[in-house]
Design a binder for this molecule. Structure first.
Ligand SMILES: Nc1nc2c(ncn2[C@@H]2O[C@H](COP(=O)(O)OP(=O)(O)OP(=O)(O)O)[C@@H](O)[C@H]2O)c(=O)[nH]1
Length: 304
């Protein structure tokens, strides 16, 4: 099922800037984008190759469409049928993120991929209901940090990623495919020094085990994972049950899989690779796993 990431934030916080950054830096990832109106996406940055209905197909494999709230269901269904890797919905600055999240959770053929909430590091004090929105967020992007001398502290439990101009690493939100090596010409973006981009400061940790993980110990790890751990993805084997796991900030989703080995990649800032590896090693089961034990993970399971 195609994951749907909801991108929300108050007026002017930098959602469109972030979305354009994702579109520019996601290589060959096929992204479906749902926005409130076309004018907002920097379509000039791409060659528009076709326009069908209210959907625009961009040369980098991105499908763009504009909807109002009532059309969202139908548009998601249409996008779900297309061969996409991920769908990003940019909420208008005044949309209620909770309404959008509910709509995505109910939409057929897609799976919710988390709520990314953009906060303006200068203007955040003026946002109505900021606490309420932050409480729903899985990952908070504290944008425009170029405009402040000290980072404000936000009242939220979700991990906070300080950035300028929405430059987050797309791999924090979804699987990034290498660029298509088609007839595309090199652009200035390709010549960019990527070491200066946000992702240069991330650490990643890989963990593998052919012995099953203990459901309770592993779920304790998932719940208590360190704040800087923005993303985890891969497979977890619990003996008779194997799940694929995907987390974005505080958001976690599991789906059943046939992959009968634990293979995880954890991405974050300020994470200690050795202690995370030790922690995961300590989650390996030291005996058989009972049906009772499996209940700890089964309640997180999404059924398609
Ligand atoms: N200085 C600075 N300006 C930024 C940054 N990110 C975005 N901007 C500017 O802030 C303004 C608003 O950015 P948008 O991306 O349009 O914000 P938005 O959340 O999509 O706005 P609405 O759709 O009106 O809610 C634009 O002029 C951006 O160029 C940043 O990190 N630093």
């Amino acid at each position: 099922m195609i994951p749907v990431v909801v991108l929300a934030g108050f007026l002017g916080s930098g959602k469109t800037t972030l979305l354009n950054h994702l579109l520019r830096t996601s290589g060959g990832t096929r992204i479906g984008v749902v926005v409130n109106d076309f004018g907002r996406i920097n379509i000039d940055a791409f060659a528009v190759s076709a326009q069908v209905d209210s959907m625009v197909s961009l040369s980098n494999g991105c499908l763009c469409c504009a909807v109002d709230g009532t059309e969202l269901d139908a548009m998601l269904e249409k996008l779900a049928a297309a061969d996409l890797d991920v769908i990003v919905i940019e909420a208008s600055g005044l949309a209620e993120p909770s309404t959008l999240v509910r709509m995505v959770l109910q939409a057929p053929g897609v799976t919710y991929g988390g709520l990314i909430y953009v906060v303006d590091a200068v203007e955040f004090g003026a946002v109505p209901h900021l606490d309420r929105d932050l409480a729903l967020a899985d990952l908070v992007v504290l944008n425009k940090v170029d405009r402040v001398s000290a980072l404000p502290s936000l009242p939220c439990e979700a991990p906070v990623l300080p950035v300028s101009y929405g430059r987050i690493d797309p791999a924090l939100l979804f699987e990034v495919r290498p660029p298509d090596m088609g007839p595309r010409q090199l652009s200035f973006d390709d010549l960019d020094d990527h070491s200066t981009h946000a992702h240069a400061s991330y650490d990643s940790v890989s963990f593998e085990s052919s012995d099953p993980m203990h459901p309770k110990l592993f779920m304790d790890f998932v719940r208590a994972r360190p704040e800087g751990l923005f993303r985890a993805k891969g497979f977890v084997n619990f003996g008779t049950l194997s799940l694929s796991m995907h987390t974005v900030g505080g958001f976690v989703s599991f789906e059943e899989t046939d992959h009968a080995r634990t293979e995880l990649v954890l991405i974050g800032t300020g994470i200690d690779a050795d202690s995370l590896t030790d922690w995961l090693m300590a989650c390996v089961a030291d005996g058989p796993i009972s049906d009772q034990d499996l209940l700890y993970v089964q309640r997180y399971l999404r059924r398609s």
